[in-house]
Design a protein around this ligand. Structure first.
Ligand SMILES: Nc1ncnc2c1ncn2[C@@H]1O[C@H](COP(=O)(O)OP(=O)(O)OP(=O)(O)O)[C@@H](O)[C@H]1O
Length: 255
């Protein structure tokens, strides 16, 4: 049974105005096959948590641990984290001019598995996943994210998720900018990955509508760099009704 453990995580970011403490003691354990939704007001540190798990160099861990099956993730480079089975679908996926979707996927798959996939099975898998995600085959030959619409970018992230088969995925606002049909398609992709590979998911979102399609086991409320409350799916409904006032939301103070 795989497990991703975040323990007492404190993270700073360097800004032009100096060091700012963003995460202030986050504890979160995700077991294989579990879906954890993270909700919370703007600026509370949700994306910072995602980037820190992925190993973004801007974020400095000053205290605490991230363990994947007991292995220290914080000592791993970004590519080691991907090989260990961590995946980040970003809020704003980047364009990669000159690199086609198909080449990107094959290169990533080869790097993660340590060997190139056999052409036959790979072509079949890519076709199947693109079909599942209702992506036109012509997409495979376009440069990654170049000129993609918001919805196409998010589908492309889920295509990577389906083909690279990570153990844990952090999905940062994967629902933002999706129309209803795309939201369903993307959610089905996430649910398939969970059913097929026991994927564990950290799903950052502002809206309960995605949680109607991707059922969370746990909901965590992030406020000022900490988890202020956790509960089941009913917590998401309450947040939608009541907002975050009860948590006395305040910006984390600059140091
Ligand atoms: N690289 C950075 N430079 C300066 N400040 C940063 C940086 N990264 C994060 N911050 C600050 O840290 C705080 C938390 O940001 P973060 O993006 O993690 O919040 P969030 O909860 O994901 O917000 P949102 O819901 O608006 O996406 C914000 O005040 C943000 O301005």
């Amino acid at each position: 049974m795989s497990v991703l453990e975040i323990k007492n995580l404190h993270v700073n970011v360097e800004t032009d105005q100096g060091t700012r403490e963003i995460l202030r003691g986050v504890d979160l354990t995700i077991n294989e096959g579990e879906i954890h939704a993270v909700m919370g007001p703007n600026g509370s540190g949700k994306s910072t948590l995602a980037y820190t798990i992925a190993g973004h160099p801007k974020y400095t861990v000053v205290e605490g641990e991230i363990l994947l099956d007991g292995e220290n993730v914080l000592e791993m480079s970004v590519d080691e984290r991907a090989r260990a089975g961590l995946f980040l679908a970003m809020q704003y996926p980047v364009e990669i001019p000159g690199v086609t979707v198909t080449n990107f996927l094959r290169t990533a798959k080869t790097a993660i598995d340590g060997q190139a996939p056999s052409i036959r099975s790979w072509v079949k898998d890519v076709r199947e996943s693109m079909g599942n995600l209702r992506m036109d085959a012509a997409f495979a030959e376009r440069n990654v994210n170049e000129g993609f619409s918001g919805g196409e970018k998010k589908r492309n992230e889920i295509l990577q998720l389906e083909l690279l088969k990570p153990r844990f995925a952090v999905l940062d606002e994967t629902d933002s900018g999706l129309d209803v049909d795309a939201l369903k398609v993307v959610s089905e992709g996430v649910n398939r990955a969970k059913a097929n590979t026991g994927l564990g998911i950290l799903l950052i979102t502002h809206y309960t509508r995605i949680l109607r399609y991707i059922k969370p086991d746990f909901v965590h409320v992030f406020v000022a760099g900490r988890i202020a409350e956790q509960g089941g799916p009913e917590l998401a409904d309450r947040l939608e009704e009541e907002g975050y006032d009860r948590y006395h939301v305040a910006e984390p103070a600059a140091q």
